[in-house]
Design a protein around this ligand. Structure first.
Ligand code: DX5
Ligand code: ZN
Length: 221
C-alpha cells in the first residue's frame, strides 16, 4: 500500500493534491502541534474538510501532545486510521479502544530512537504500527535504515500470529530504499517528497508501488 503524505503538497490546494493521487491506497495527513514536534501543520477542521473533498481513506498521523484528549475527534471526523505516538500517550491501551469505538483503526507510532520490544504487548490493542524512519516534524529528511530492525521484529510477531497489525513506515521513503523496506516486512509506505516533489505524483505512486511489490514477491533470504 502507498500513502502519499500531504505534508509535501501545496497546502492551499489540498483537494487537488488528493485528486492527483487518486490511485493511492491511503492519504497520509500529518497533524503537528508545535509542541510534540517543533513544526505546526494542520488540525481537525482541515481533516473534516478533507473528508468531504476526497474518497481516499485518511491516514491521520498525530504528532501532538495529549493525544488521549484529541485523537478520537479525528476518528469521529471520519479518518480511516488514527495514529498516535507512544511517547505522547498517557494511556495508549484505552486510547486504542476509544479510537476503535469511534469507528477508526487504531495506530501506534514509534520515533526512530524508541525501542519496540516494550510496546509489543500494547500493540495487541492496535491495528497499525507506524515506524518512523526520520525524526518526526519535517518532510524531506533522509531515511534512517536502522529502523528496519523494528519492522523485522514487528513482522515476525505478525507472521507468528502474536500480533495482527499492518506495518507502516514513514519518512524519507524513495524509489531507492522502498525495496529494502518491503523486504523487511512493511505493508504500507508513506511518501511525501517522493510523490509531491515529482513532476507527476500519480506516476510516482505507481513507480513506488511497483518497486515495493517486486521486492515483496522476491523469496526471502
Ligand atoms: C514527518 C512526517 C512524514 C513526512 C514524510 O514528520 O510524519 O509523514 O510527511 O515526508 P517525506 O516522505 O518527505 O520524508
Ligand atoms: Zn507522517
Amino acid at each position: 500500500m502507498i500513502a502519499p503524505s500531504l505534508l509535501a503538497a501545496d497546502f492551499a490546494r489540498l483537494a487537488a493534491a488528493a485528486d492527483a493521487v487518486a490511485g493511492a491506497d491511503w492519504l497520509h495527513v500529518d497533524v503537528m502541534d508545535g509542541h510534540f514536534v517543533p513544526n505546526l501543520t494542520i488540525g481537525l477542521p482541515v481533516v473534516q474538510s478533507l473528508r468531504k473533498a476526497t474518497d481516499l481513506p485518511l491516514d491521520c498521523h498525530l504528532m501532538i501532545e495529549d493525544p488521549d484528549r484529541w485523537a478520537t475527534g479525528y476518528a469521529e471526523a471520519g479518518a480511516h486510521n488514527v495514529t498516535v505516538h507512544v511517547e505522547a500517550a498517557a494511556d495508549p491501551a484505552k486510547l486504542a479502544r476509544d479510537l476503535r469505538a469511534a469507528g477508526a483503526l487504531a495506530g501506534l507510532s514509534v520515533k526512530p530512537k524508541t525501542p519496540i520490544e516494550p510496546c509489543l504487548e500494547l500493540l495487541r490493542n492496535y491495528d497499525t504500527l507506524l515506524v518512523m524512519s526520520v525524526e518526526p516534524g519535517f518532510g524531506g529528511q533522509e531515511f534512517i535504515p536502522e529502523v528496519l530492525d523494528k519492522v523485522r521484529i514487528a513482522r515476525r510477531h505478525v507472521d507468528s500470529g502474536h500480533l495482527r497489525l499492518l506495518v507502516e513506515i514513514d519518512g524519507g521513503i524513495t524509489e531507492d530504499n522502498i525495496e529494502a523496506a518491503a523486504e523487511a516486512g512493511v505493508d504500507c509506505f508513506v511518501a511525501g517528497s517522493a510523490v509531491y516533489g515529482a513532476d507527476d505524483p500519480a506516476r510516482a505512486v505507481a513507480a513506488l508501488r511497483e518497486r515495493a511489490a517486486r521486492a515483496a514477491a522476491r523469496p526471502a533470504g
